[in-house]
Write a protein that binds this ligand. Structure first.
Ligand SMILES: [Zn+2]
Length: 191
């Protein structure tokens, strides 16, 4: 039987939550809100309507605030949807049927996109300006600019820039990678 992690609002298999490493797991109760899906904002809006049509209560956690979404577009944010434990199976069926067993979205390319805006997992937006080489180690560094505050210029090893979020340190991070490219406003237009 699966156990419930209160930190992650999620059902997990082991005695330890694989995401936050918590051992304080317990048997799920009917009112516990459980994670159904982490999906892009637009898809979440549709799934919420589907849940509402089927009388499934639903709560959500979104990473970007309304102000940021107004600025950079609604296709940027990802949303986590939660439903009560006693409705989870039904909600999961609806979710699977809705997305027809296809992946949520195409796999993200992990090559670096120059002159592209990236979102840090804590929410800040950065412009990748270029890649520089360390004179002594030949290691490649990403040169990137803060798009808020003092708009200062930063460097970070490219390998680290493209790496995944440390889940043990940041169990609640809303994205898989440390920096993720922000969708273009018109992704259907190719060059
Ligand atoms: Zn957890």
């Amino acid at each position: 039987m699966q156990l419930y992690c209160e930190n992650c609002m999620k059902l997990v298999d082991g005695p330890v939550c694989p995401r936050c490493r918590s051992r304080k797991l317990r048997a799920p109760q009917n009112g516990d809100f459980c994670l159904v899906a982490e999906i892009p904002y637009m898809q979440a809006e549709m799934l919420k309507e589907l849940f509402a049509d089927n009388d499934i209560p639903c709560t959500e956690r979104s990473m970007l605030g309304a102000g940021i979404i107004a600025k950079v577009g609604v296709n940027v944010g990802r949303v986590r949807l939660y439903v009560p434990y006693d409705r989870l199976d039904f909600a999961s069926e609806l979710y699977d049927a809705y997305f027809n067993g296809t992946p949520e979205e195409p796999p993200k390319p992990r090559e670096l996109l120059l002159h592209h805006v990236y979102r840090h997992f804590k929410g800040g937006l950065y412009l990748v300006e270029d890649v520089a080489k360390h004179s002594e180690t030949q290691e490649e560094y990403v040169v990137y600019r803060k798009l808020y505050g003092d708009r200062s210029l930063w460097i970070r090893p490219k390998e680290m820039f493209l790496s995944q979020v440390d889940r043990e340190k940041y169990p609640d991070a809303m994205q898989e990678y440390r920096f993720e490219p922000v969708d273009e406003e018109h992704p259907e237009e190719s060059e």
